[in-house]
Design a protein around this ligand. Sequence first.
Ligand SMILES: NC(=O)c1ccc[n+]([C@@H]2O[C@H](COP(=O)([O-])OP(=O)(O)OC[C@H]3O[C@@H](n4cnc5c(N)ncnc54)[C@H](OP(=O)(O)O)[C@@H]3O)[C@@H](O)[C@H]2O)c1
Length: 261
Amino acid sequence: MRRLLPETPDVTDLTSLTGLAEAYAYPEPTERPDPSGPVRPWLRANMVASLDGASRLDGLSDGLSSEGDKRIFGVLRALADVVLAGAQTVRAEGYRPARARAEFAQARAGRGQQPAAAIAVVTRSLDLDLDLPLFTEPLVPTLVITCAGAPADALRATRKVADVVIAGEERVDLAAAVAALAERGWTRLLTEGGPRLLGQLAADGLLDELCLTLAPLVASGDAPRITNGPAGLTQRMDLVSLLEEKGFLFARYARSVNSPT
Ligand SMILES: NC(=O)c1ccc[n+]([C@@H]2O[C@H](COP(=O)([O-])OP(=O)(O)OC[C@H]3O[C@@H](n4cnc5c(N)ncnc54)[C@H](OP(=O)(O)O)[C@@H]3O)[C@@H](O)[C@H]2O)c1
């Protein structure tokens, strides 16, 4: 993997996982907007798209991914306190709990993080298979973020296997959900989509950073793009870095400091 941007001489070893983790470190509180205020969460998204904007191939994102994309995926999880995922992604991709990895153990402990990121599933229906390892064997308890209008029976069953957060009435209020995560001291937030969840997070002005893998494929078809939802805020982003491996581009964009909203 090589760095295309920024063009400054780079001492980071991008061939090692720890080097990649350095390259993708969350901004320190002092580097975030309003450094004098309380530490606010930083929400990063990690997504992959084809050249023509498809967010999935044959119903899954795997066909768009690469070995380098998977490496970055793992590194971003290793840096995060919590991973926010839409329930359809959890169902379609068969989500498993994040695992603790020896390469990152010391750095996580040093930052006061749990051994692995918690997975937080956003759902109203609570239509989740509670017998899956995500609920039966997580290293860190899985969170389910739902709303007051969720079905009562399913809510009772979910509470037995997961930590439940109620945010909002008829649908999950995502700003309230992010605030609830911050109340737990989790400020390094990562979302892995899917497109409907990311579309709302972006429209609500909650997205601070987008890590976007551009796969060198023209997918054709009618797959949604990486945000799929209501129109909302149009967010200007700044390109922070651009890496390349085997024709795949790995871009990192952050909320523009000149026009933050
Ligand atoms: N290209 C990529 O990087 C990427 C990343 C992730 C996923 N994907 C692909 O994207 C597809 C899944 O994405 P998707 O956009 O269809 O769905 P999604 O965003 O993963 O999940 C949508 C579901 O999340 C829940 N949800 C979202 N916002 C909510 C809110 N405000 N309140 C309550 N519940 C809310 C609802 O769950 P309930 O229905 O349970 O109420 C909704 O049906 C899969 O094909 C996956 O492979 C691609």
